[in-house]
Design a protein around this ligand. Structure first.
Ligand code: NDP
Ligand code: 2IT
Length: 454
């Protein structure tokens, strides 16, 4: 059978850009995967013949809908909501919901595409999806957030379900928002099912789901360091973000003997040369989750720390390891060069696609330990998968058992990346981007081959 234009990487990328005009984030995510997968499939005719990558890069469906709600002053507000169901070859669609003014269809398509590979890597039966809205929760009252979440779910409920599509949290969506959405789903459908993960412990949530993404990113970093005979003890860490993923990544670094120097938000970063210890991390969690404050407030509380504003990022602070845990494209080629120049040996991405394509190439060329988000931050969705299992079986596992499962899953992801990430003549060096892309692709691709052309 003809191989068509599928064999030429640049033509393939051109086609993705042409079919998805203006969707730069989506094209970037597809390109990053295609750069590795094209090489892998070059002598594997079936994947070409069945246009597997082309099909994974075309979401199964994108649902877009209006979300109307009333603010506290009685104004009617209109937002746009989406659910992108990218691929369900290996399990129900699964992936978070993001509420942020920067949310667009392109952003959600990139996230759903990435999620497909990430979920495959976890070894659990989950397909890839993502959703969200261009709603800004900042400065909104609890009741405004509640009305928005209820309105969002009033449309979303018809597209999701415990065996269909199981959303969870992401930027701007935490325990509060999941509670409001779950309550509305239950009310509309009169069903108590595991339709969302990240739920409260009182109503079907799983222990360690809150911590899992940040902890997992550090476990992955630890596995990479172990592979080259090193560990985290005494290592200086630069962390970006100050939300769920960043604070739990910081916590695990401290637990494993490292020193955390920075945290950030969209306004800038704080640098605390004395180290951000557990008590300070608890203060930041409270600031963000309860008081919904800004990271700049840290310097009023803790002497010796500095705040750099204007949206500055922390990558010029000298460190041994770096964990980007904010959002996409917040670490560019120049910043990647600065990290390498300053002696950074390991980067573990808590966020999704936080490094630009140029930055990725800098890390790959420098051959440092570099874990892409789809591998490093898979701990969150993994424990979501374990939450789904517990909901289906109507049981609740113990914390120590879940901890062990998370550690095992992250180790498994590391080893799958290592299996496919070797580089000819590279010795012990593992290209984790290549390893994650190929291992994630293979499972989904083989399932799709089994189904034929559907
Ligand atoms: P949170 O909402 O808890 O925190 C988001 C953090 O990112 C905040 O510090 C926020 O700062 C910062 N941020 C958001 N937008 C920008 C921006 N445009 N520029 C700079 N900083 C920004 O979200 P999470 O911690 O859950 O998510 C962080 C990242 O981790 C995302 O990429 C998400 O997709 C990814 N992720 C999350 C998982 C989870 O389980 N929660 C699982 C896997 C990945 P500010 O308050 O100023 O907006
Ligand atoms: O990007 C992600 O993996 C998440 N936001 C978590 C998804 C999930 O379903 O737990």
């Amino acid at each position: 059978m003809a191989v068509a234009d599928h064999v030429d990487l640049s033509k393939f990328i051109e086609g993705v850009k042409r079919r998805n005009p203006g969707q730069t984030e989506f094209a970037q995510a597809v390109q990053e995967v295609a750069e590795d997968v094209f090489d892998y499939i070059k002598d594997k005719e079936q994947y070409h013949e069945y246009q597997i990558l082309r099909r994974i890069a075309e979401p199964d469906r994108v649902v877009s809908f209006r979300v109307c709600w009333e603010d506290d002053k009685g104004n009617i507000r209109v937002q746009r909501g989406w659910r992108v169901q990218n691929n369900n070859a290996i399990g129900p669609y699964k992936g978070g919901i993001r509420f942020h003014p920067s949310v667009t269809e392109s952003v959600l398509k990139f996230l759903a595409f990435e999620q497909t590979f990430k979920n495959s890597l976890t070894s659990l039966p989950m397909g890839g999806g993502k959703g969200g809205a261009n709603f800004n929760p900042k400065g909104k009252s609890d009741h405004e957030v509640m009305r928005f979440c209820q309105s969002f779910m009033t449309e979303l409920y018809r597209h999701v379900g415990a065996d269909v599509d199981v959303p969870a949290g992401d930027i701007g969506v935490g325990g509060r928002e999941i509670g409001y959405m779950f309550g509305q789903y239950k009310r509309i459908t009169n069903q108590f099912t595991g339709v969302l993960t990240g739920k409260g412990l009182e109503y079907g949530g799983s222990l360690i789901r809150t911590e899992a993404t940040g902890y997992g990113a550090v476990y992955f970093l630890q596995s990479m360091l172990t592979h080259v005979g090193k560990d985290l003890v005494g290592k200086k860490a630069v962390v970006s973000g100050s939300g769920n993923v960043a604070t739990h990544a910081a916590e695990k670094i401290v637990q494993l003997g490292g020193k955390v120097l920075t945290l950030s938000d969209s306004e800038g970063f704080i640098h605390d040369p004395a180290g951000i210890d557990q008590a300070k991390i608890n203060w930041v969690k409270d600031l963000k989750n309860k008081r919904r404050g800004r990271i700049s407030e840290y310097v009023k509380e803790f002497k010796g720390a500095t705040f750099t504003g204007g949206g500055a990022r922390p990558w010029a602070v000298p460190c041994d390891v770096a964990l980007p845990c904010a959002t996409q494209n917040k670490l560019n080629g120049e910043e990647a060069k600065t990290l390498v120049k300053n002696g950074c040996i390991g980067v573990s991405e808590g966020a999704n696609m936080p490094t630009t394509l140029e930055g990725v190439h800098v890390f790959k060329d420098a051959k440092i330990l570099y874990a892409p988000g789809k591998a490093a931050n898979a701990g969150g969705v993994s424990v979501s998968g374990l939450e789904m299992s517990q909901n289906s079986a109507r049981i609740a596992w113990k914390e120590e058992d879940l901890q062990k499962m998370l550690v095992d899953i992250m180790k498994g992801i590391h080893d799958r990346c290592a299996e496919h990430g070797g580089v000819a003549g590279g010795g012990k060096y593992i290209d984790y981007v290549k390893g994650a892309n190929i291992a994630g692709f293979k499972k989904v691709a083989d399932a799709m081959l089994a189904f034929g052309v559907v």
